[in-house]
Design a protein around this ligand. Structure first.
Ligand code: SF4
Ligand code: SF4
Length: 450
C-alpha cells in the first residue's frame, strides 16, 4: 500500500518547519545560488517566505514559483548554518511535490524518472553509451551537434567512460564482523562510471563476502522532482531485494543519503515502516564502511590529492573525516578551502541552470587549483561529472572517484579506466582512455611501485 498523498498534505507537512524560520538572515552568507544572483527568492529565507505565503493563501503556485523552488541545490548549507536548523531542503522537496501535483511535472524530469525507474532502460542506455564510445561517436557527435557547453560536457561524460562490465572474479576473504555485505550500485555509477564501480567491487571483495542483489534506483531523482509515490515504490523494491544482508554499501553519496532516509520517508506507512527503518540502518557509504573496518591499503602512491565533499555525504550523512583519513593512507593529502561547498552539479541542477552551475563550479576550480594537486577525489557521480567539466576547462587536475584512488594498489584496477603503453625509455606507462593529461599521475604510480 502506498502512502496516500495530495497537494494539501505536502504543504501541511512542512508548515511547522516553515514557521521555525525567524528571518534572521544567517543563511544568506552560505547559500551558493544566492551568492550568484543575490535575489531574496533564491535564499532559504525567501524560499520559506514564498511557501508561507502559499500556505496562508496570499499567493498561488505558478511557473515562476516552480522555477524558484527548482533553483535550489538541496545542498543543506542553509540548514547547517541556520540557528533554528530549519530544513529548507526538506521544505523544497515537499513544495516541489505540491506544485507538481497542482501544475504538472516537466517532461525532462518525467523522462529521467522513467529511465531511472527501469533497469532494462538503464542497461540499454549504458550499452548504447559503451558502443558509442567504442565506435568513436562521442567525438563525432561533439563536432556536429551544436549544444551549449553544459550539455556538451554531459554528453562527453556520458559517451566517455560509459560501459557496463561484468564484475571480475576475485578471491573473497571473509570478514568476521560483517559476514554478508551487498554493493548498491546506483544508476549514474552504472551508466557513467563503470570503472569506478569495478574499483568499488574490488575493494569490497577484499574486505568481505559480497552478496549480489538486484537494485533499482534509490528514488532520489523522483523524490526531488515531485514524484514521491514513484520514489516510495522503488524504495520498497530495494527493501525487499536487500532483506538478507548485514550491510548495504554504496559509493554514490546521493544514493546513500536517499537509502538512509527510507525509514523516515516510509515512517507513516504501517506495512513498511519497520522494514524501512531496518533497511536504512544497514546502509553505509563506501568511505564510511572502509574507515569503520580500518581498511589499510598495501601501498602508498606519490600522488597529491584533495577531496571534494559531496553535499549528500558531508551534510546528508555527516561523513567528513572518513574519506580524508583513507586518502592519507594512499596518497599525500592537501585540504582545499571550502571543500564542503557544493560544486554546482546537484543532480539535474546543472542542466536546469547551467550559468549558475558554471559560476559555482568556477569557485570550486579556483580552490582546487590553489592546492596544486594531481587529483581531486570525490564520492558522488554528479560531482564527478561537474568536476570533470572543471578539469576540462582548466586542464590542471584529474578527477577520480575515491574507489579508484584507494584501489590503485590493485594493478588490475588500472585496467578499469586506463590503458598501458611503452614510453620512449621502454618503461610501461599508462594513459587514460577518456582524458589526456593522466600521464603524470601514472608515472607517479609507476615510480612509487618501482
Ligand atoms: S538562517 Fe534559518 S532562521 Fe535564519 S532566515 Fe535563514 S532559514 Fe530562517
Ligand atoms: S539548500 Fe543550498 S541552494 Fe538551497 S536554499 Fe539552502 S543553501 Fe541555498
Amino acid at each position: 500500500m502506498l502512502v496516500k498523498r495530495n497537494a494539501a498534505s505536502s504543504l501541511d507537512k512542512i508548515q511547522a518547519i516553515v514557521n521555525q524560520c525567524d528571518r534572521c538572515g544567517a543563511c544568506l552568507s552560505v547559500c551558493p545560488v544566492y551568492a550568484d544572483n543575490h535575489r531574496e527568492t533564491a535564499v532559504a529565507r525567501g524560499k520559506l517566505a514564498t511557501v508561507r505565503a502559499m500556505i496562508e493563501g496570499g499567493i498561488t503556485a505558478d511557473s515562476k514559483i516552480v522555477t524558484a523552488f527548482e533553483f535550489c541545490l538541496l545542498c543543506k548549507a542553509c540548514t547547517e548554518n541556520c540557528p533554528s536548523k530549519v530544513k529548507t531542503d526538506e521544505v523544497m522537496i515537499e513544495a516541489r511535490q505540491y506544485t507538481a501535483e497542482k501544475l504538472g511535472r516537466r517532461i525532462k524530469h518525467q523522462f529521467i524518472a522513467v529511465l531511472l525507474g527501469n533497469n532494462v532502460l538503464i542497461r540499454l542506455t549504458a550499452g548504447t553509451l559503451k558502443l558509442s564510445r567504442k565506435a568513436g561517436l562521442n567525438g563525432l557527435l561533439r563536432s556536429v551537434v551544436p549544444i551549449e557547453h553544459t550539455k556538451n560536457h554531459f554528453q562527453e561524460m556520458a559517451m566517455g567512460p560509459a560501459a557496463f562490465p561484468s564484475f571480475p572474479e576475485l578471491t573473497r576473504p571473509k570478514m568476521p564482523h560483517h559476514a554478508r555485505i551487498a554493493y548498491f550500485q546506483g544508476c549514474a555509477m552504472k551508466m557513467f562510471f563503470p570503472a569506478a564501480s569495478q574499483a568499488t567491487m574490488k575493494l569490497l571483495n577484499k574486505t568481505a563476502e559480497v552478496i549480489t542483489s538486484e537494485s533499482v534506483c534509490c528514488g532520489m531523482p523522483q523524490l526531488v522532482h515531485g514524484m514521491a509515490n514513484q520514489a516510495y515504490t522503488l524504495a520498497k523494491k530495494n527493501i525487499v531485494s536487500f532483506a538478507n544482508v548485514d550491510r548495504i554499501i554504496t559509493d554514490c553519496a546521493s544514493c546513500g543519503s536517499s537509502l538512509k532516509e527510507y525509514g523516515h520517508r516510509l515512517a507513516a506507512d504501517p506495512q513498511w515502516a519497520e522494514r524501512a527503518q531496518e533497511f536504512s540502518q544497514k546502509v553505509m557509504g563506501l568511505s564510511e564502511y572502509l574507515y569503520e573496518i580500518d581498511y589499510q591499503p598495501n601501498r602508498k602512491s606519490a600522488l597529491k590529492v584533495t577531496y571534494h565533499d559531496p553535499c549528500h555525504l558531508v551534510r546528508g550523512q555527516g561523513i567528513k573525516k572518513q574519506p580524508r583519513e583513507l586518502l592519507k593512507r594512499v596518497a599525500e593529502y592537501v585540504e582545499m578551502p571550502q571543500a564542503d561547498k557544493c560544486c554546482g552539479g546537484a543532480g539535474t541542477f546543472y542542466l536546469d541552470f547551467p550559468e549558475t552551475a558554471q559560476n559555482i563550479l568556477a569557485e570550486k576550480v579556483k580552490n582546487i587549483k590553489g592546492t596544486d594537486v594531481d587529483v581531486v577525489v570525490t564520492e558522488c557521480p554528479a560531482c564527478l561529472m561537474q568536476l570533470a567539466k572543471g578539469k576540462q576547462q582548466s586542464g590542471y587536475f584529474e578527477v577520480m572517484h575515491i574507489s579508484q584512488v584507494l584501489g590503485m594498489e590493485f594493478s588490475s584496477t588500472l585496467e578499469g579506466g586506463l590503458t598501458s603503453n611503452m614510453c620512449l625509455s621502454g618503461k610501461q606507462v599508462f594513459s587514460c582512455q577518456t582524458h589526456t593529461n593522466q600521464l603524470i599521475i601514472c608515472q607517479k604510480i609507476i615510480s612509487n611501485n618501482g
